[in-house]
Design a protein around this ligand. Structure first.
Ligand SMILES: [Fe+2]
Length: 503
């Protein structure tokens, strides 16, 4: 080897060593970021590293959820007191690796409208204890119900400070209206990067829930209140419709991808059975709270028709007005029609995407967000016309997805306000936010829009027989920890009169 060749070999070797160094450093950085998150919890030695939760309260019980670190028997206990001196129910289930060691214990035989404490136990130790509350008895003349709702907690966009503040509130139930996780790969300039490629397999989705559930504020909130959850698109893939992927998955593999995503959702949520069945997972259901409220948890992803006019935000086109277009599907629509006539004072429609119309193109042109009910106006007409024709008692729509707060009058095409919609902002998605949304601010000015705000936070609702009060709670920043929380605006609906009034 001549001198020149030796020098060349040396420099190639140096380059090679440099690359190895960078690869090693990148791996170390990656492992460090994982060490603060999901991976370290798996290796923590804790018997229930992903926390505990309860959900879907009925008058006689709730579902208790956890995931054990290992296979084997998991016992659970429900007590009337925080010290577990009066245990009223006990049971045991096997943690099965086929479903990620998830436990869904459907407890029956509890008393209505009261707080209980619960915990899980394995040979290696007990979980922390959680608090949950049963619903009032059927027909009970319930005087008050407090519901909070949240959506869109993108881990990489910031800190779940809103969830810490919500844990300190006094509510009976928390609704999670979707985007519990985000499936995407690591974004640019993020606060807490997703250290993985886009989730497409069961293993990927499971890893995503483990990252999200490494957040202590989220685990604490679950332990404090019962939840009722429904997924939106990002639990699977951005803007999917039924079995049709929007853009980042080949159509032939998407059904299996959705099945894996639903499987991971089921494994990680406090949902009652049966869980996924084949490609489907039935999730629409009603929770009843005495004579005061029926909370209808809707699924606007699984049974909808594909977004028209090219999807996303688009100019109006004839496809949008086709009469067969739907967000709920025929089965869910007729199920909901039956439920709405039961006669509770307030009919809460808890669902994913904005129901009110938003024309984003002021002036004679029309442009709509096609992923929302605006993409299926025939489906919206069916629902609002039914509410109008049957004089459904006090319908109030609670919505997630949009990363903005909104208050809308919901009007039929004839112009009558027949219901009210409160859209809740994100926990962190789109980072700190602003007073007015850059994406949707152009719609402001339409008479059915009562209020708008684009900061992060959660929404509190207090239901009484004669009034409904909503408080929009906002955290001014999420890209740094420790934000305070403020009440940005409050609205009241009087029973018998659709439409919210600012207080
Ligand atoms: Fe979202």
């Amino acid at each position: 080897m001549g001198f020149r060749n030796a020098a060349k070999a040396e420099s190639i070797h140096a380059l090679f060593m440099q690359r190895r160094y960078h690869i090693a450093m990148n791996r170390r950085l990656l492992l460090q970021s994982l060490a603060g998150a999901g991976l370290s919890r798996a290796a923590s030695g804790e018997p229930f590293p992903w926390g505990i939760a309860s959900g879907d309260p009925w008058p006689d019980g709730v579902v208790l959820w956890t995931r054990a670190a290992a296979a084997g028997e998991v016992r659970w206990e429900v007590a009337e007191d925080e010290a577990f001196s009066k245990v009223v129910k006990r049971g045991a289930m096997r943690a099965d690796p086929a479903i990620g060691h998830a436990i869904h214990a459907e407890v029956r035989g509890l008393r209505p409208a009261r707080w209980y404490w619960y915990r899980f136990i394995v040979a290696a130790g007990a979980s922390e204890s959680g608090r949950t509350k049963t619903a009032p008895a059927a027909g009970d003349r319930t005087q008050r119900l407090r519901i909070a709702y949240i959506s869109c907690q993108k881990y990489e966009d910031g800190y779940f400070t809103a969830l810490s503040h919500l844990a300190a509130e006094d509510v009976d139930l928390v609704l999670h209206l979707g985007d519990y996780i985000y499936e995407g790969a690591c974004g640019k300039n993020k606060i807490r990067p997703h250290p993985y490629p886009t989730a497409t397999t069961l293993a990927d989705y499971r890893q995503r829930y483990e990252l999200y559930k490494s957040d202590a504020a989220l685990r604490k909130l679950h332990a404090r209140f019962p939840f009722a959850v429904v997924p939106d698109d990002h639990e699977v893939a951005d803007d999917y419709a039924g079995l049709i992927p929007d853009w980042d998955s080949p159509a032939d593999v998407f059904p299996q991808r959705r099945r894996d995503a639903y499987q991971a959702y089921w494994e990680n949520m406090p949902l009652r059975g049966p869980g996924p069945r084949g490609l489907e997972m039935p999730m629409f259901r009603t929770l009843e709270f005495g004579d005061l409220a029926d909370v209808h948890m809707l699924d606007t992803r699984q049974y909808r028709t594909d977004q028209p006019c090219g999807g996303k935000k688009a100019k109006n086109c004839p496809e949008r007005e086709r009469p067969e277009r739907t967000m709920l599907g025929t089965g869910q629509q007729s199920w909901l029609e039956g439920k709405l006539t039961r006669g509770a004072r307030w009919n809460v429609l808890a669902q994913q995407v904005i129901l009110a119309t938003l024309d984003l193109d002021p002036g004679p042109d029309e442009s709509y967000p096609m992923d929302k009910w605006d993409g299926s106006p025939a489906g919206r007409d069916r629902l609002l016309n039914y509410i109008q024709a049957r004089r459904i008692s006090n319908p109030v729509v609670l919505t997630g997805d949009n990363h903005n707060n909104w208050v809308f009058d919901l009007r039929t095409r004839g112009g009558e306000t027949v219901a009210t919609e409160f859209v809740g902002t994100s926990v962190t998605s789109n980072m700190d936010g602003a007073e007015v949304s850059e994406e949707y601010g152009s719609a402001l000015g339409a008479p059915h829009i009562k209020w708008h705000n684009s900061q992060r936070g959660y929404v509190l609702c207090e239901l009484k027989p004669k009034t409904w009060t909503t408080h929009f709670r906002v955290v001014p920043y999420v890209t740094r920890p420790g934000s305070p929380v403020i009440t940005k605006a409050s609205f009241v609906i009087e029973a018998g009169r659709a439409g919210a009034v600012r207080t």
